[in-house]
Write a protein that binds this ligand. Sequence first.
Ligand code: PXG
Ligand code: PLP
Length: 457
Amino acid sequence: MNKAIDPALMHAAEAAHSTGSTLPASLSAYWMPFTANRQFKQSPRLLVRAEGMHYEDVHGRRILDGVAGLWCVNAGHGRPRIVQAIQQQAARMDFCPPFQMAHPKAFELAERLVQIAPAGLGKVFFANSGSEAVDTALKMALAYHRVRGEGTRTRLIGRERGYHGVNFGGISVGGMVGNRKTFGLGVAGVDHLRHTHDLQRNAFSNGQPAYGAELADDLERLVALHDASNIAAVIVEPVAGSTGVLVPPQGYLQRLRELCTLHGILLIFDEVITGFGRTGQAFAAQTFGVVPDLLVCAKGLTNGAVPMGAVLVRDGIHDAFMTGPEHLIEFPHGYTYSAHPLACAAGLGTLDTYAEEGLLTRAATMGKTLADGVHSLKGEPGVIDVRNIGLVGGIELTPRPGEPARRAFDVFLDCYDKGVLVRTTGDTIALSPPLIIEPSHVDQLIETLRGAIRRVQ
Ligand code: PXG
Ligand code: PLP
């Protein structure tokens, strides 16, 4: 049967033909995630190829990747070691059951992760996404207290404006209202710390803002309310990404660590975005000098090439589970695709690439170039804040009256039109380029953004 081509695709068809790409005959069946589906399908943005710092779209246009795909392609696109590792693994063994069975690369990758992790996080549990890794960490925290005879510790504490993925645990501890208000009650017994965003005191801070360490004391309020004996864990992003690049105030994470230790509450860092070099060290825990009990990562773990998430765990937490009859399962949790061979191969190729090219610390130096660039946007129309840390930048715009998020979305569309991919959340534009970025790319990114901010009023 001859299917009619969607009108929206007609204009792309010729270009696609010339770049050798196959266009979908219809855009109808695919319900796109976190997407304005109707807007997209009227004017689709289809990418077909990627290499280094660039994507190529169906029209054969080169697009500078200002967000590492979606905060994940930290080594840049199409890196040969990663490609080869995946190809070879696919040909050798496609799948290995992860329950009661294993394959060598799972152990190898876990060891390699522990080598770059903050000291003391010696065990690794694999999942397939940040969301799964978050829920794994929350379940681990609950089970840990219970196995030690402190089963009353069932409350989980998140933070306003936090993002911890989209599964029920993650949206419950998360604090992005739009992601949770439509989905019922979520996990019971969750509470939230106040967020740390403070434009009045901290606008245009370069790096960590000076004010707000005392916001960590909000945990004392929740301890007073619920009692520490009922609280299992606190989960925060060291730097909140999805909610608009919120850098922790100086001293805030240290204070949170002290209070968690004082009250026997586990501290979970969600490093899905900050992991793998984004802030200038392998993990933000190292950049800020604060070690959590559990560390959630994903994204840059495989350079985005194969889905994978992981929880890095303090040895003592793992060891507490290793009791009882040895033939019994200690932690009844795991996914069909935990430690999938292709993901492990991609992870090893990724860590090799990071190590060979010094990428895990590159943001410590290149971050200065990006910081200069983003802070040069101060004074452009509607720019009310600029935030940065490592190779992350956030530019907050004043919303158009009555149309929240519209202005930033229009900036995103304008940049895309001019060949640069950025990300927006609310009225904040987020930049998180691949760590291989060069100064000339920073220039293009910032000047395109400047033009877009001026054009889009
Ligand atoms: N935790 C954090 C801190 C994240 O940033 C997740 C968990 C969930 O990971 P998965 O792999 O399940 O998506 C994330 C994901 C954005 C954006 O625009 C960021 C994410 C996802 C979607 C959009 O900033 N981060
Ligand atoms: N639903 C059913 C019916 C299943 O059998 C399984 C796994 O065996 C799952 C969901 C969970 O899938 P996964 O392990 O890929 O998360």
